[in-house]
Design a protein around this ligand. Structure first.
Ligand code: ATR
Length: 267
């Protein structure tokens, strides 16, 4: 029996136990998968206690991805560039930190939505942790370029500079987005949490694929995309399932059927 869990605060509404239990049934592996509410100021004691109980690995969600980054004894390249860890694997006495968020996004776009990223012009709204977490996997798909637009322009400029060694990136303020040149818009701001959308011109959505990293409901960004003629409009539920699948594979080596799980969740 493999022992897994997800750490967060709050954690009550996490879908991860449901998703991983379905993966385990599909792949005929015996696992336990718990939800653990860690205190906001002491992730590491909770994580260490779980490891001492014989854990094989765990997921980490808000607000502990940075704590998990510091807690890991080794980091994958994805985790290093993301500056955050959402998956930990225990291997002998090593605590290996990985970040599957970006892989989850790529697999949702390419496998579930049939969207290729090669040569596309991608616009990311926001320049926080969520954007940093997806930049390397996106650039590995060889898009024409990635434009990062942020309310605070300096943060977008810095992020674009930091990732320039992996591909073509540029950063600017929300008011500097060119209308006619965007294939895919990814909303990576936290504005949806406050029921808002970033302040951008309506023409930008025209025929672009609009993707909100926030899942679970019709977000203000998705409403905006619908009103402004976005082509495919998607929430981040597929990304949630795909990042979970990448974590499951990282732990067990088994590849789950994500389409089946996604359609169960949507039902
Ligand atoms: P996360 O880890 O979710 O990315 P974060 O690091 O706090 O969270 O980043 C939040 C991002 O959402 C930032 O890019 C923020 O813009 P600023 O850098 O200017 O603060 C963006 N954001 C949050 N609320 C927003 C709003 N109402 N309009 C536009 N951008 C917003």
């Amino acid at each position: 029996m493999c022992k897994f869990a997800v750490f967060g605060n709050p954690i009550k509404h996490s879908l991860s136990p449901n998703i991983h239990t379905q993966f385990a049934q599909q792949t005929r592996l015996e696992i336990s998968y718990d939800k653990i509410l860690a205190p906001v100021d002491d992730f590491s004691s909770s994580a260490q206690a779980f490891i001492n109980q014989g854990a094989n690995g765990f997921n980490i969600t808000v607000p502990f991805k940075l704590d998990a980054f510091k807690f890991a004894s080794e980091l994958t390249l994805n985790a290093q560039t993301a500056g955050a860890v959402n998956t930990i694997k225990i291997k002998q006495d090593k605590i290996i930190g990985e970040n599957t968020d970006g892989i989850g996004l790529i697999n949702d776009l390419t496998r579930n939505l049939g969207i290729e990223l090669k040569d596309k012009i991608v616009l990311i709204l926001g320049a926080g942790g969520a954007t940093q977490g997806i930049l390397l996997p996106l650039l590995e798909q060889r898009p024409n370029r990635i434009m990062i637009a942020n309310r605070t322009p300096s943060k977008a400029i810095k992020l674009a500079k930091d990732f320039a060694k992996f591909g073509k990136t540029c950063g600017f303020g929300l008011d500097k987005i060119k209308h006619d040149s965007v294939d895919i818009i990814i909303n990576a701001t936290s504005a949806s949490l406050d029921g808002k959308i970033p302040d951008i011109a309506s023409g930008i959505a025209n025929n672009a694929i609009c993707y909100d990293l926030m899942y679970g409901k019709q977000t203000p960004f998705m409403d905006w995309a619908t009103t402004n003629h976005g082509s495919i409009i998607s929430d981040g539920l597929g990304m949630l399932v795909e990042q979970a699948a990448a974590a499951f594979e990282f732990w067990t080596g088994a590849t789950p059927n994500t389409k089946q799980v996604l359609s169960n969740l949507r039902r």
